[in-house]
Write a protein that binds this ligand. Structure first.
Ligand code: NAI
Length: 331
């Protein structure tokens, strides 16, 4: 039998946490034959609720779940973890300035970075979900210099999956038959959902989504805005933000990172930019990536037309600006 993998979920008493921990305990993140030990962190006001989640995990009698640590102590939470899913953060409340929210998250991610650096297992893989996800991941990277930068990522897989879902509905094909959409940039409304390289797998071979949809107006307009604003549409409908889809996307992200992407398929991940596609180096930016042997690689050589170029640059500008704002909170 395999040794258990320790998976940290911060903000585990929250909405996404509640959807995510049972998925992990059922093998949706690391596979159906991989035992796990869950480390759940939240803050003292949520300690009782966190303990309730722990009780439910016991009650669910998951065969793969070999242990549960539920704590408000960051060091205890981070000790020995192989995978860290950072869902905890400070939400923007009505009337709050952007800078105040940024400042709270910068201080959270700075201190959690140090705890992970000192106490996590070597080669721990980190996924930041909490918003502003890209910039929280960047702060985590800056304050955990001994964690390789390739191990620090943020979640844009939800946006990627939303794009697959929209194409699948439009073409009336199953979502598993759609592949290779791309989310470029920030997990925010400036993200660019790109279908120029997307394909539908049909019995007669792969066909391009652009050819099949044949309505450039929709692809260049409503499709993009629907994906960009899907989060807001969910809040409007549910009066709560996306949770089950976010949790599922977090599982997909780690699953593919650890176990690999299928041949001929890429996914979107927020990763540390090396300057590929003329995206400024030193931002956490969402790119198309393939994964193998536990490592991601940015897909190279895709053609970028003028329409796309503008959108790649716009979301990079927003991220550069967020980066400056985050740094201004440090001093
Ligand atoms: P929530 O408010 O239900 O849960 C957040 C939890 O984090 C709470 O239990 C809170 O007590 C905890 N928390 C706050 N500060 C903490 C700290 N310093 N350490 C540990 N835990 C802490 O929020 P929800 O709906 O679960 O969303 C979580 C985050 O995920 C939010 O920032 C949200 O904006 C973001 N999100 C990101 C998505 C993405 O695709 N990247 C999609 C959906 C949400």
């Amino acid at each position: 039998a395999k040794d258990p993998v320790r998976v940290l979920v911060t903000g585990a008493a929250g909405q996404i946490g509640y959807a995510l921990v049972p998925m992990i305990a059922r093998g949706a993140m690391l596979g159906p034959d991989q035992p796990v030990i869950l480390h759940m962190l939240d803050i003292p006001p949520a300690a009782e609720a966190l303990n309730g989640v722990k009780m439910e995990l016991v009650d669910a009698a998951f065969p793969l779940l070999k242990g549960v640590v539920a704590t408000t102590d960051v060091v205890e939470a981070c000790t020995g973890v192989n995978v860290a899913v950072m869902v905890g953060g400070f939400p923007r409340k009505e009337g709050m300035e952007r800078k105040d929210v940024m400042s709270k998250n910068v201080s959270i991610y700075k201190s959690q970075a140090s705890a992970l650096e000192k106490h996590a297992a070597a080669n721990c893989k980190v996924l930041v979900v909490a918003n502003p996800a890209n910039t929280n991941a960047l702060i985590l990277k800056e304050f955990a210099p001994s964690i390789p930068e390739k191990n620090i990522t943020c979640l844009t897989r939800l946006d990627h999956n939303r794009a697959l879902g929209q194409i699948s509905e439009r073409l009336n094909v199953h979502v598993a038959e759609v592949k290779n959409v791309i989310i470029w940039g920030n997990h925010s409304s400036t993200q660019y959902p790109d279908v120029n390289h997307a394909k539908v797998v049909t019995p007669g071979g792969e066909k391009s989504v652009r050819e099949l949809v044949a309505d450039d107006g929709w692809l260049n307009g409503e499709f993009i805005t629907t994906v960009q604003q899907r989060g807001a549409a969910i809040i409007k409908a549910r009066k709560l933000s996306s949770a089950l889809s976010a949790a599922s996307a977090a599982c997909d992200h780690i699953h593919d990172w650890v176990l690999g992407t299928p041949e001929g398929t890429w996914v979107s991940m927020g990763v540390y930019s090396d300057g590929s596609y003329n995206v400024p180096a030193g931002l956490i930016y969402s790119f198309p990536v393939t994964c193998r042997n536990g490592e991601w690689t940015i897909v190279q050589g895709l053609s970028i037309d003028e329409f796309s170029r503008k959108k790649l640059d716009l979301t990079a500008e927003e991220l550069s600006e967020e980066k400056s704002l985050a740094y201004s909170c440090l001093s």
